[in-house]
Design a protein around this ligand. Structure first.
Ligand code: ADP
Ligand code: ASP
Ligand code: MG
Length: 426
């Protein structure tokens, strides 16, 4: 029996009862002969509540102090979980990200892990302890300040520790039974997937399926760590995510499903730069200003310029949380770029269809657009990759669009409704 890393999300440890329930599960794994490292998130919606609190004190909280504040959430749950395990008669020790050796760059609020040195975790395990690690946080190698990894970052902590400790598996425990063909909160007929390739999971995660963070999937793919996503509320087997299909999941030769799933995302906003001179260098200047503000963008579209004015509009999407920063950056560079005005729209949503089989099935795009049209959904932006098509629509249309596309591609389950055990979906 080897070492396992188990990660429990906020909804699994939402209250004292949840913490006790999870503690029992952890102890069971230990009793089965495993060395157990647990990564835990903040309780329930604690992180959101801390963010709300910070916003009441300062309109745009960010940086060092914001990270100090947010990491407090995981400190609470790690200590309580260690206490609950001890109460069951087993040894446990909790560690902050920094104590666990999670070393990051110095970009506050969305730091990247650059190294993991889990010496103290190894020692704790060797001494017979269960090690509990606070997710979503690390320490900067340069500034020595505490950093956070971005929302949902505990998933990445878990996989990074699994890689550094050479774990057998990284188990991600959450409030649904695994990865489904769509968010079960939106599509009651969503089907649980038994196995999904890292490639398809990466694309789903990047398109908004928050059941796994895309950086965590990226990390797992690079270090070849199998992930098992499952519910902490039921004993059911969940979804395996790995580079190669495991033998236990059936015939290796079976073709990929054409479509793995439908993802949606309502966390983005759209900025339109109106009246941009249609000449070389303009797009470069706009996106240089955005990049210098360390903002990642998603989709871009440039309209055909009106011949009479020689002016065009450029629209792009970005996380809502970066909206203010992007507008500020563009306003500052307005003189140099030369545009008329900026429009900001945070009432958009994105729907994506993902599947490796798309590469060889030419009808997929047409069927996708047909399903949206049949549901009366208007498309505002389109982007594609080899294994994904995404569209931007009005936010109000997103749920109906996801349901329609899911049905149109024959993904609806004909058995029971998908269960959501907890969480507020926030
Ligand atoms: P945790 O608190 O455990 O980290 P999250 O809220 O981050 O949980 O992720 C679990 C949620 O992800 C589910 O409750 C579900 O609403 C959502 N979700 C979105 N897309 C999917 C999908 N394709 N399969 C399963 N869950 C999904
Ligand atoms: N508590 C953090 C968040 O809510 C990290 C996590 O849960 O993964 O984003
Ligand atoms: Mg999560």
């Amino acid at each position: 029996m080897g070492l396992v890393v188990q990660k429990y999300g906020g909804s699994s440890v939402a209250d004292a009862e949840g913490i006790k329930r999870v503690a029992k599960r952890i102890v069971d794994a230990k009793k089965n002969g495993h060395q157990v490292v647990v990564v835990v998130s903040a309780m329930g919606d604690t992180t959101d509540e801390l963010i709300d609190l910070a916003e009441q004190v300062s309109p745009m909280p960010a940086g060092r102090e914001f990270d100090m504040l947010l990491t407090a959430g995981e400190r609470i749950s790690m200590a309580l979980l260690a206490m609950a395990i001890k109460n069951l008669g087993h040894e446990a020790q909790s560690f902050t990200g920094s104590q666990a050796g999670v070393i990051t760059d110095s970009v506050h609020n969305k730091a990247r892990i650059i190294d993991v040195t889990p010496g103290r975790i190894r020692t704790a395990l060797d001494e017979g302890n269960i090690a509990i690690v606070a997710g979503f946080q690390g320490v900067s190698a340069d500034s020595k300040d505490i950093t956070t990894l971005g929302r949902g970052g505990s998933d990445t902590t878990a996989v990074a520790l699994a890689a550094a400790l050479d774990a057998e598996v990284c188990e991600i425990y959450t409030d649904v039974d695994g990865v489904f063909t769509a968010d079960p909160r939106v599509v009651k007929k969503a089907r649980k997937i038994d196995w999904i390739s890292s490639e398809d999971m990466l694309e789903l995660a990047a398109s908004g399926s928050k059941v796994l963070l895309h950086r965590c999937v990226e990390y797992a793919r690079r270090y070849n760590i199998p992930i098992h996503v499952r519910s902490s509320f039921s004993g059911l087997p969940g979804t395996w995510v790995s580079n190669e299909k495991p033998e236990s999941q059936g015939d290796e030769q079976v073709e990929h499903a054409i479509i793995s799933g439908v993802a949606h995302d309502v966390s983005e906003a759209k900025i339109t730069v109106v009246g941009v001179p249609d000449k070389p260098g303009e797009a470069a200047a706009i996106f240089r200003a955005i990049a210098d503000a360390e903002i990642n963008i998603d989709m871009i579209v440039q309209n055909v310029s009106a011949a009479s004015t020689g002016l065009t509009d450029i629209s792009f999407t970005l996380p809502k949380t970066e909206g203010h920063k992007a507008i500020d950056a563009l306003e500052k560079a307005k003189g140099q770029i030369g545009f008329d005005s900026l429009r900001y729209d945070d009432q958009i949503g994105k729907i994506s269809l993902v599947g490796a089989g798309m590469k060889t099935n030419p009808g997929v795009t047409a069927s996708f657009f047909q399903a949206l049209s049949d549901a009366g959904v208007n498309i505002e932006l389109i982007s594609t990759s080899e294994i994904r098509i995404s569209v931007v629509t009005r936010q109000d249309d997103v749920n109906a669009a996801v349901v329609a596309v899911h049905t149109a591609f024959g993904l609806d389950s004909d058995s029971d409704e998908a269960v959501v055990y907890g969480g507020t979906g926030r």
